[in-house]
Design a protein around this ligand. Structure first.
Ligand code: Z5A
Ligand code: MG
Length: 207
C-alpha cells in the first residue's frame, strides 16, 4: 500500500493554520483520500499538559526547558504518526519542528542550529506550507495576545526565523487572502505531494 504524506502548515500566530488544516483534511476526505489532522503542541499528553500550563502563564520554566518539552511532545507522537503514514493515511499537521526552532531562537537567544537539534530524526515533512502575513493584519485577528509569545515584536523575529528555516519542500503562501483562495493553493500542492511520495520512504528531518 502507498504511504500517506506528511503535510505541515506553519506560520505565526493567527496566520490561519488551524482554519486551513481543517479545510484541507475535509477536502482530501471528500476526494476519498484518507487524511487526519494533528496539531503541535498536542496539549492532551503528559508533556502537553505542562506546555499548556506554560503557554497560559500558569507555570514558569526556563526557555531551554520549554523548547525541549515542545520537541519531546513531538517525539512522544512519532510511533503513532509513523504507523498512520505507513497505513496510507495522510497527516495534516498544525505546526511542527519549524515552529519549535523559530520560537526557541527568540526565547532562548540561541542560534537556529542549537534550536533544530532536538528535532533531528523526526519524520520529515514532505511539504511545509508557510502562511505568511503582515504583522499588523495579524494583530486584527481574533484571540490575539492572550498567551505567551503573542507580542508583535516577538512575532516579527519569529517570522524572519521561519524564512531562514525554509527548505526545498516549503511553499510560501500569502495568508492575507480569502480563506478559500488560500485553501485552493494548499489543496493543489497537497494533491501533488501526496502523489509524488506514494512510493517513497518516509525521510528523517535534518538528516
Ligand atoms: N510553539 C513553540 O514555541 N514551539 C513549538 O515547538 C510549537 C509551538 C509546536 C501555541 O501554538 C504556541 O506554541 C505558539 C507557538 C508555540 N505561540 N504562541 N503564542 P498554537 O498553535 O496552539 O496557537 P497559535 O498558533 O497561537 O494560534 P492559533 O490560534 O492556532 O492561530 P492559527 O491556527 O494560525 O489561526 P486560526 O485559528 O486558523 O485563525 C485565527 C483567526 O483568524 C480566526 O478568527 C479565523 O477565523 C481568522 N482567519 C483565518 N484565516 C483567515 C483569512 N484568510 N482571512 C481572515 N481571517 C482569517
Ligand atoms: Mg491554531
Amino acid at each position: 500500500m502507498s504511504r500517506g504524506a506528511l503535510l505541515v502548515l506553519e506560520g505565526c500566530d493567527r496566520a490561519g493554520k488551524s482554519t486551513q488544516v481543517k479545510k484541507l483534511v475535509q477536502a482530501l476526505n471528500d476526494l476519498g483520500i484518507p487524511a487526519q489532522e494533528r496539531r503541535f503542541p498536542d496539549r492532551s499528553t503528559t508533556i502537553g499538559t505542562v506546555i499548556d500550563q506554560f503557554l497560559s502563564n500558569k507555570n514558569d520554566l526556563p526557555p531551554e526547558t520549554v523548547h525541549l518539552l515542545f520537541s519531546a511532545n513531538r517525539w512522544e507522537c512519532v510511533a503513532h504518526m509513523q504507523k498512520t503514514l505507513e497505513a496510507g493515511t495522510t497527516l495534516v499537521v498544525d505546526r511542527y519542528a519549524a515552529s519549535g526552532a523559530a520560537y526557541a531562537a527568540v526565547s532562548t537567544k540561541k542560534d537556529l542550529f542549537w534550536c533544530k537539534e532536538p528535532d533531528r530524526g523526526l519524520p520529515a515533512p514532505d511539504f511545509v506550507g508557510f502562511l505568511t502575513i503582515d504583522n499588523n493584519v495579524l494583530a486584527t485577528r481574533g484571540g490575539w495576545a492572550n498567551e505567551r509569545f503573542e507580542k508583535q515584536e516577538f512575532q516579527k523575529i519569529v517570522a524572519e526565523n521561519f524564512l531562514k528555516l525554509k527548505e526545498d519542500t516549503w511553499k510560501v503562501i500569502q495568508a492575507d487572502q480569502e480563506v478559500d483562495v488560500v485553501h485552493n493553493q494548499i489543496l493543489k500542492e497537497a494533491l501533488r505531494v501526496i502523489k509524488d511520495v506514494e512510493g517513497q520512504p518516509i525521510k528523517k528531518l535534518y538528516e
